[in-house]
Design a protein around this ligand. Structure first.
Ligand code: FDA
Length: 309
């Protein structure tokens, strides 16, 4: 069973980088189910959804979808969109912050130019007392993303933090350094296709490592976002913090827009901080494929939508 799921994930994730499939799906995909995971194609639609989520006691982190840009002009366009997004979040009084992907800002093209774009966004967010999360992409970018966060902190911009992926064998080491520097981290299982040399192939090992990382962070007292829909881990966290007397103000739960919404609402109702990750934009294809790979049943859902047409 475990091998079957691994092969399934590997095949589906292989589609994430396929440009022909991306172009085709851009035409039909929203109708075929992407709208379940994507809050809208425009900033305005996403802001409206964010305000509705706020009304249901959920905080948000907003993500303008895009990654792996091919030109500096494209990256400039994403930078402009994020600056406008930060402005609008503040102006509209949305209870939220932003998440962005370093390759969307051109990290794969020119590291320094990408850094300067990200710096301008983090700086603008600092002016609005807003946090910026740098999402973690696949392993070629891990070191550079962590280096950017450390550089921003060294330059006095402390309203930024990275994501640590429990499937990577290196993560315990990375997390220790981030905790020593008291940097806000989001912990996740990890969503990309990685070789067994650097990432745990078995889900049980990833789950065990995520728990290890969560425990280390909660014990360190540095603010942590625990981003998972895994109810076993969420229940374990609730018990752990209760036993250790860790205040709820030391951490938050995060989940993706459209996934386990009743659980998000129930945790918020119980008084936990819950942040919903709200993606929007037209470049939703790789994000959508990663969501399909996480759960075989999602592919069945798409096939059923196709058959109904
Ligand atoms: P797991 O995959 O075991 O799922 C537990 C349960 O949740 C499933 O049984 C199912 O019920 C539900 N579920 C999970 N995924 C689902 C889906 N796609 N559709 C329907 N139900 C689903 N990754 C990364 O590499 N870099 C990053 O920066 C981020 N950022 C990020 C932010 C936030 C807020 C979240 C919640 C997640 C990420 N991720 C991420 C993704 C993360 O690495 C991981 O792939 C997903 O969260 C799925 O793993 P779970 O921890 O939910 O557990």
């Amino acid at each position: 069973m475990e091998i079957g799921i691994r092969v399934f994930r590997s095949i589906i994730l292989g589609l994430a980088g396929n440009r022909a499939a991306a172009a085709l799906s851009r035409k039909y995909g929203m109708k075929l189910g992407a709208s379940r995971f994507v809050a809208g194609q425009t900033r305005e639609e996403a802001l409206t959804r964010a305000i509705e989520l706020n009304e249901q006691k959920l905080c948000v982190t907003m993500d303008h979808l895009g990654e792996g840009v091919r030109t500096e002009a494209e990256a400039d366009g994403y930078q402009t969109e994020y600056l406008a997004l930060i402005h609008d979040i503040k102006e509209r009084g949305v209870k939220g912050n932003v998440s962005l992907k370093p390759t969307q800002m051109g990290l794969a093209l020119n590291g320094e130019r990408a850094y300067l774009r990200i710096r301008s966004i983090v700086d603008a967010a600092a002016g609005c007392s807003m946090f910026v999360r740098l999402d973690m992409e696949d392993s070629p970018y891990t070191d550079r993303t962590l280096a950017m966060v450390k550089r921003l902190h060294a330059e006095g911009l402390t309203n930024v933090g990275p994501v640590i992926q429990a499937y990577l064998r290196r993560s315990e080491h990375d997390l220790r350094a981030l905790s020593s520097a008291r940097i806000n981290v989001r912990l996740v299982k990890g969503a990309y296709k990685e070789p067994a040399r650097i990432a745990f192939p078995e889900r049980s090992d990833v789950d065990a490592n995520l728990k290890r990382l969560i425990r280390a962070r909660l014990d360190s007292g540095v603010y942590t976002a625990i981003a998972t829909h895994d109810e076993t881990i969420i229940d374990w966290v609730k018990t752990y913090v209760r036993r250790r007397g860790i205040p709820r103000s030391a951490f938050e739960f995060q989940m993706l827009y459209g996934i386990r919404t009743p659980l998000q609402l129930s945790l918020a109702e119980q008084g936990y901080t819950v942040r919903s990750y709200v993606p929007y934009g037209t470049m939703w294809y790789p994000y959508f494929v990663r969501r399909l790979a996480e759960r075989p049943a999602n592919v069945g859902f798409i096939v059923r939508s196709l058959l109904k047409r």
